[in-house]
Design a protein around this ligand. Structure first.
Ligand code: NAP
Length: 280
């Protein structure tokens, strides 16, 4: 590697499944950037050492995935957004300082803005399924768009309650058996659980009671066409899928590391779709 090639990577354990190399290497080629993007499989016990030697390894930035997204906050200088969400997924070296941020927030919002324009106009009540790491980014985003009533439906009640404590009184936890009764009053429904993901139980809910103007979003992108997106489509509801979020969340990292703001295009989407379909 010559000195003027900038290198970035995705750090995870496991990391083989990550589509980030496909996305970033596509943009590196498209924008003719002198860059490289690699996978780094780093187990939890080696994460501290890896981050301490980050610059020495020749990296200018990275994505961070499970199980390191929360731990990385203590090992970097997180921005306000990463602190508020309680997790970071993007790192960059800034004059010798290793900074971190959370781009799931802008990925979630940019995907909805692109796929379902106006989705938040006049939106009063949103239903969020799940209260894990991804749900924290979702709730942060909905608060940022001034949604007054955010109902968080989660299996473990304490995690829903923790979201209320973190983000405020507009967040109200609910149990799964309350979901049916909440549908008619919701303008937006998002799945931020792992239900519906390959190898996980299905997300078994009916969308019949959602208003016809409601927008549905699934964060799950493997499989590409989830049961939730299929049902939303069958009911004629506007929807945004997890792949769109994955692509949009990658934009900021690329721009921080390589100095070019890349575009999420149909060609890129088709490339990642083909890869996901191969492994469906
Ligand atoms: P996480 O922190 O492990 O949270 C998992 C959530 O799913 C929790 O709310 C958990 O409920 C719930 N859950 C799991 N199994 C369940 C079951 N059998 N019944 C009911 N609830 C169940 O995971 P995460 O990091 O938030 O990720 C959630 C999903 O978002 C994943 O599919 C991930 O791939 C996706 N994601 C996508 C993007 C994207 O760019 N598209 C970005 C980030 C995440 P409990 O609290 O009760 O355990």
């Amino acid at each position: 590697m010559t000195e003027d090639i900038r290198a970035a990577c995705v750090i995870g354990w496991p990391v083989e499944h990550s589509r980030s190399p496909l996305i970033h290497n596509y943009w590196i080629g498209k924008y003719k950037v002198a860059g490289e993007y690699r996978r780094e499989a780093v187990p939890p016990e080696e994460f501290y050492g890896f981050i301490k030697e980050f610059a020495a390894r020749g990296y200018v930035g990275a994505n961070v995935t499970l199980p390191h997204k929360e731990r990385v906050l203590d090992l970097t200088v997180p921005d306000e957004r990463a602190q508020a969400v309680g997790a970071a997924n993007t790192l960059w070296l800034d004059g010798g300082v290793l900074r971190s941020t959370n781009t799931d927030v802008e990925g979630f919002l940019a995907n909805l803005d692109a796929a379902t324009p106006g989705w938040d106009r006049g939106l009063e009540t949103a239903l969020v399924l799940g209260a894990g790491g991804a749900a924290r980014s979702v709730v942060f985003s909905l608060v940022a768009r001034d949604v007054a009533n955010i109902r968080v439906v989660n299996r473990t009640p304490e995690r829903g309650q923790a979201l209320r404590e973190r983000f405020g009184r507009q967040v109200r936890p609910a149990a799964w058996d309350e979901l049916g009764g909440l549908m008619a009053g919701a303008g937006f429904l998002v799945n931020a659980t792992t239900l519906g993901m390959q190898g996980q139980p299905p997300l078994d809910i009916a969308l019949d009671d959602l208003p016809p103007s409601a927008v549905v979003c699934d964060l799950v992108y493997a499989p590409l066409l989830t049961g939730l997106i299929r049902k939303a489509s069958e009911r004629g509801l506007r929807h945004a899928d997890g792949l769109g979020m994955l692509l949009h969340q990658a934009v900021r990292g690329f721009s921080l590391w390589f100095g070019v703001t890349p575009e999420v295009t149909p060609e890129l989407r088709a490339l990642v779709e083909a890869d996901l379909t191969k492994s469906d």
